[in-house]
Design a protein around this ligand. Structure first.
Ligand code: TYD
Length: 205
């Protein structure tokens, strides 16, 4: 079963990922991430740092996703493992829809078309939501921010995420990232256990 964690920078999803390692250790999940689960991720990091042109950056994120699927996600799912990814395709739809605005006509459609039909859709996606001001407070000082981490960008990215959650209310679970970290982690860990139980029941039928 594939579970993904999504949210804007500063939403605490990476700490959540780390907390789940402990809380779900007995299930022996595969913990992974985008970008960067394979060497293709190094070129993505370089593209982000050098602020290369947005189409190059977007297609590198997709290349990283393809390598991630081929080398980590699909093999683990084939073995029946639980896979928990810190960011996944919704990050592309939410962020690159913003960075490609005015560059590509209908960026979200273009991005989705690059995934549809071959990518693995997550069974469940936990979306960490909090006021953008709070997320900015949790991030590094202004000077060192990646270009995604600007207020206007994060506002738009979070609105994109929220619209996806409205469109796919079964897959998405909105998590209140203002709650204490332990509360959030326990809630998500319990929800994943519940999903595994009901998933097994469905397969038996
Ligand atoms: P990440 O390493 O997850 O940063 P953080 O740990 O700070 O959340 O991701 C780096 C940046 O890349 C982050 O600002 C989100 C962005 N990103 C995209 O724009 N598109 C994508 O498809 C992915 C996976 C990440």
């Amino acid at each position: 079963m594939l579970v993904t964690l999504e949210g804007i920078d500063g939403s605490g999803k990476s700490s959540l990922h780390a907390a789940l390692r402990e809380l779900l250790a007995d299930l022996d999940p595969v913990f992974t991430r985008e970008p960067g689960a394979t060497w293709v991720g190094d070129s993505v990091r370089r593209a982000i740092a050098e602020q290369i042109d947005p189409v190059t950056e977007a297609t590198l994120f997709v290349a990283d996703h393809a390598a991630h699927l081929a080398t980590v996600v699909r093999p683990a799912l084939a073995e029946g493992r639980l896979v928990i990814s810190d960011r996944y395709s919704d990050s592309r739809f939410a962020y690159q829809s913003v960075t490609l605005q005015g560059i590509i006509p209908e960026p979200e459609k273009w991005l989705r078309a690059m995934h549809n039909g071959w990518s693995v859709v997550p069974y469940r996606t936990f979306l960490c939501v909090l006021p953008v001001d709070e997320a900015l407070l949790r991030l590094k000082p202004d000077a060192q921010r990646e270009h995604f981490e600007k207020r206007e960008t994060l506002e738009k990215v979070q609105n994109n995420y929220l619209s996806y959650a409205r469109n796919e209310p079964t897959r998405f679970v909105i998590v209140d990232a203002m709650l204490p970290q332990e509360t959030v982690a326990k809630f998500v860990a319990d929800a994943i256990r519940q999903d595994l139980k009901s998933g097994k029941k469905k397969r038996k039928k």
